[in-house]
Design a protein around this ligand. Structure first.
Ligand code: ADP
Length: 540
């Protein structure tokens, strides 16, 4: 027998309608390129979104058209997150840090019709001016009126808003309609497009607002340091208006001092970013203390937050760290690691161990670990297997890519490419990405575990461990280490330190000291480049 519920489509315009109805007075605060602060409310945003959506339709945008955005986190970019899907089109967030060739590739692969660009980034996009056959107009904001460009059909954002009006009916009527398109950062091969429907983003926003997850609410002021071009700033542009939380958008001001100031001035309660951002902020706050007692959750994900940095934040700065795991293919949030009732008797050290795990799944996400034969493995905290997930905000394929059987199982699970263990009470721990795992003499060595331990050493700031070919064992670990300013340490000292926690066969064969670990466009350790440098003989 069928239920008797209304047919209510979960489309993102309804999130904005809700924010406008109940939280019209709540604020979006943007640090502008010139350093000044722009403040307005969800009510103001709502009206401008309606105008922009109408302007898009008047420009000839058709349902399903892809429209690129090339911008930092700011109020205009936030408006586009609603105006583009609200006009029935697809908001394609372009990663401003991609190599120009990859950027041209994804714009052309998506066949973007329009691109919205932050004036501060116009020169970067202009380099591609003669490579964008599908782009009819480029719409610029944060730029002077007289700005000129080689890009096609230059329009001004504020002109479109001013010439339009609010009398507009949303054009997203079907929750299965596509709303946003993000490409993975392409650490292996060309980037692949993940095409989210409205329903996925709506349900993901619910998921992230769960009290057992980020617990976003009206009392919060949220700072997404994670860029809007990196998996939609982890869905916060949908979660915050749904919860009625204020948003603080840092624009291009991502240096530690600017972030510290913004947190202190705007009394931020939740800040979200990758570990390298929080590493920088920690160093800044140690050298120049600020009052950041307002923070209730420092959310971190994108790569593993080193256990040592979690401890340092909580011990030295009394900041609660919330470790989360996700993927572009998962909209992106999958798990969070918050200690539960069963951990109440644990020591502080053990609590930090729990917080360093990737954690339990949000309601709506299912996890399992499997062996090479696809058999499910036990949740005992030690058995490692390939992590697979399924749920309503997880992709079932890639945009314009023929079925990708290597990414999905026959029974419909997504293969994450991560290797993990899961404890008996459901706390998942990423031990590696499949391609980073070190296979030494038939044993697996977790590069992540070695990196975490090295980064917990007071003299070490960054450590990346890679597999290097070895005749006898197949592969052996090598660690590239960045020492803290003015610190000195030698290979023997660090190996001795690792030997306190690891079996002999797991210890790196070599530790090399480097000035910096290369990073990907979204700030992760780029082990592909580390491997390449080793192959070129630069790390010997
Ligand atoms: P890419 O790495 O290609 O840019 P994503 O940004 O979608 O793609 O990253 C997803 C991957 O990042 C995950 O599969 C996982 O390996 C890694 N990751 C994300 N969050 C964490 C975390 N908290 N701990 C460890 N790894 C993480």
């Amino acid at each position: 027998m069928q239920g008797l519920m209304m047919d209510y489509q979960l489309t993102v315009d309804r999130i904005l309608e809700h924010a406008n109805r109940f939280f019209a007075h709540k604020q979006v605060i943007t640090k502008q390129p010139d350093g000044s602060i722009h403040r307005y409310t969800y009510g103001d945003m709502y009206r401008r979104v309606k105008r922009m959506a109408k302007a898009l339709v008047q420009l000839g945008v058709q349902p399903g058209d892809r429209i690129g955005t090339f911008s930092w986190n700011n109020y205009q970019h936030l408006e586009l997150y609603y105006a583009i899907p609200g006009a029935g089109a697809v908001c394609h967030t372009l990663n401003i840090r991609l190599h120009p060739d990859q950027l041209a590739y994804i714009i052309n692969h998506a066949e973007d019709k329009l691109i919205f660009v932050d004036g501060t980034l116009l020169p970067a996009l202009e380099r591609l001016a003669d490579q964008l056959p599908t782009v009819e107009h480029v719409v610029v904001f944060n730029a002077p009126r007289e700005v000129q460009s080689k890009l096609p059909g230059l329009l001004h954002y504020e002109d479109l808003v001013a010439q339009s009006d609010e009398d507009f009916t949303w054009r997203c009527t079907d929750e299965r309609q596509a709303s946003v398109l993000c490409y993975t950062s392409g650490t292996t091969g060309n980037p692949k497009g993940v095409l989210y429907d409205h329903r996925a983003l709506f349900l993901h926003a619910y998921g992230e607002c769960q009290a057992n997850a980020l617990g976003l609410c009206e009392l919060d002021t949220v700072l997404p340091v994670v860029p809007q071009f990196h998996v939609m700033a982890w869905g916060l542009p949908f979660g915050c208006p749904m919860a009625g939380a204020n948003m603080v958008m840092p624009g291009p001001h991502l240096n530690p001092a600017a972030l510290a100031q913004l947190i202190e001035d705007e009394r931020v309660t939740v800040a979200a970013g990758v570990p390298s951002i929080w590493n920088g902020l920690y160093q800044e706050l140690r050298s120049k203390p600020r009052d950041i007692s307002c923070i209730r959750a420092l959310v971190v994900g994108g790569s593993a937050m080193p256990r040592g940095l979690i401890e340092a934040y909580e011990r030295d700065l009394h900041v609660n760290v919330m470790h989360a795991w996700g993927m572009t293919e998962m909209s992106p949030l999958g798990t969070v690691s918050i200690p539960h009732t069963q951990h109440q008797q644990l020591s502080q050290q053990e609590i930090w161990d729990i917080k360093a795990l990737q954690g339990y799944a949000l309601a709506g996400v299912e996890l399992r670990i499997v062996n090479d034969a696809g058999e499910e493995l036990p949740w005992d905290g030690t058995t490692m297997g390939e992590l697979q997930v399924r749920g309503p905000w997880i992709t079932k394929g890639y945009y314009k890519v023929e079925p990708a059987p290597e990414s999905f199982t026959a029974d419909g699970w997504f293969r994450t490419g991560d290797v993990a263990t899961i404890t008996g009470d459901g706390y998942m721990c990423i031990t590696d990405r499949t391609k980073d795992l070190i296979k030494s003499g038939g044993e697996w060595i977790s590069s992540v575990a070695l990196e975490n331990k090295l980064m917990a050493h007071p003299k070490v700031v960054e450590a990346a461990v890679i597999a290097i070919p070895n005749q006898q064992w197949g592969e052996r670990p090598l660690a590239a280490v960045v020492l803290a300013p003015n610190a000195s340490a030698n290979e023997e000292e660090l190996i001795g330190y690792l030997a306190e926690s690891f079996a002999k066969f797991e210890l790196p064969d070599k530790i090399v000291f480097v000035a910096e670990v290369p990073k990907t466009s979204v700030g992760k350790f780029d082990k592909k480049v580390v491997r390449q440098r080793f192959a070129e003989g630069q790390l010997l």
